[in-house]
Design a binder for this molecule. Structure first.
Ligand code: BTN
Length: 309
C-alpha cells in the first residue's frame, strides 16, 4: 500500500487529496492517513494541507516500497549482522526463489574466503535467495552471471568501463567496486538454494582488504541513486537467470574478463598456482597454463593479476 501511495504522490504535480488516494486504492481515508504517518516516520517528507498530500522528498533508503514493479519479495533491515545469515535462515524456512534481503549497513559483513566485508551506510548490501534447477557442479555459474549483471548495469547507468576479475570481482580501472559471495545448500545432485550476496561500494568509499577498491561515487564524481542501481540490477539478474546454463554466459564473461591472458597467481586451498590464465570452462573454473606448459584448473581461490612467484 505504501508503495502505491508513493507512486500516486510522485505522479501528481501538486497535491493529491486523501479522498482521491482512498478512492484509487480502495481503502479508507483513515488507513491512507496511517500509511502517510508511517511514511513520514520512515523519513519521507510529505506536506499535508487542506488540498491534500504532497511528496516533498524521499529518504535515501532502500525501503521495499521503493521497488515497485519488481517481482521480488523484499526483507529490509536498516542494520543487520550479515544479509547472508538472514537469507540462510529464511531460505531454510522455505523462502521463495527470488526473495531479497537488503540492509543499509552490516556489522558483520562477510567476504569471500572468510574475510570481513566492511559495510557502512551508503553501500548496497543484499542477498538473493535462488533455487535453480541445476547440478551443484554448475553453481559457480551463478557467480559469473551475477558479476556480468553488475558490470552490465553499472556500464549502462553510468557509461563506465567495467571489467571482471576471476572468479567474480567487478572492477573499475582495476579497482574493486563490487564483491560477490555465493553460499549453497545442496545435495550431491540437487541444489536446495544458492544465496547470492552482492556488496557494492556505491556512495561509501570502502577500502576492502584484499585489493585496491573504489566506489561509484568516487568514479562518477557524485552520489549515485542506490535505488535506481539496485532495481536495475535486480531486473538484469531476472533477465539473465533463465539463461544460466546457456553457452552465451561464458562468452559474456570472457568478453568482460580482465583476467584472461594475464599472468596470474591463484591462492587455492591446495596451494598457489601461477601461470597464464587462458580460459574458463563451463563450470566457471579458471584454466591456467603453467610455466612448464601444463594446464591446470582452479575451481576456487584468490586471484592476483600480474604476478609470478
Ligand atoms: C568478496 O569478498 O568479494 C565478496 C563480498 C560480498 C559482500 C556481500 S554484502 C551483502 C552480502 N552480505 C554479506 O555479509 N556479504 C555479502
Amino acid at each position: 500500500m505504501k508503495g502505491r501511495i508513493l507512486e500516486l504522490l510522485r505522479r501528481s504535480d501538486g497535491y493529491t487529496s486523501g479522498q482521491a488516494l482512498s478512492h484509487s486504492l480502495g481503502t479508507s481515508r483513515v488507513s491512507i492517513w496511517k500509511h502517510i504517518r508511517a511514511l513520514k516516520d520512515a523519513g519521507y517528507v510529505i506536506e499535508a494541507s487542506p488540498r491534500g498530500y504532497r511528496l516533498i522528498s524521499s529518504p535515501d533508503l532502500l525501503l521495499p516500497y521503493e521497488f515497485p514493479g519488481l517481482e521480488h519479495r523484499i526483507r529490509y533491515f536498516p542494520e543487520i549482522g550479515s544479509t547472508m545469515d538472514a537469507a540462510r535462515e529464511l531460505a531454510r524456512q522455505g523462502a521463495d526463489d527470488g526473495m531479497v534481503v537488503i540492509a543499509e549497513s552490516q556489522s558483520r559483513g562477510r567476504g569471500r574466503l572468510g574475510r570481513e566485508w566492511l559495510s557502512p551506510r551508503g553501500g548496497i548490501y543484499c542477498t538473493i535467495v535462488l533455487r535453480p534447477r541445476i547440478s551443484p557442479v554448475y553453481a559457480p555459474r551463478i557467480n559469473l552471471m551475477a558479476s556480468i549483471a553488475v558490470a552490465t548495469t553499472i556500464r549502462c547507468l553510468y557509461n563506465i568501463d567495467v571489467g571482471l576479475k576471476w572468479p567474480n570481482d567487478v572492477l573499475i580501472r582495476g579497482e574493486k567496486v563490487c564483491g560477490i559471495l555465493a553460499e549453497m545448500d545442496a545435495e550431491l545432485d540437487r541444489v536446495n538454494f544458492v544465496n547470492l550476496g552482492i556488496g557494492i561500494n556505491a556512495n561509501a568509499a570502502v577500502p576492502q582488504f584484499e585489493t585496491r577498491a573504489t566506489s561509484l561515487k568516487a568514479t562518477v564524481g557524485r552520489d549515485i541513486s542506490r535505488k535506481e542501481l539496485l532495481s536495475e540490477l535486480l531486473r538484469e539478474i531476472d533477465r539473465r537467470t533463465p539463461q544460466l546454463m546457456g553457452p552465451e554466459l561464458i562468452e559474456q564473461w570472457r568478453a568482460l574478463s580482465e583476467t584472461l591472458g594475464k599472468e596470474v597467481s591463484i591462492r587455492t586451498p591446495g596451494g598457489v598456482i601461477t601461470g597464464q590464465a587462458i580460459d574458463i570452462d563451463d563450470t566457471g573454473a579458471l584454466i591456467i597454463r603453467r610455466p612448464d606448459g601444463a594446464l591446470t584448473e582452479a575451481v576456487a581461490g584468490d586471484c592476483i593479476h600480474g604476478l609470478r612467484s
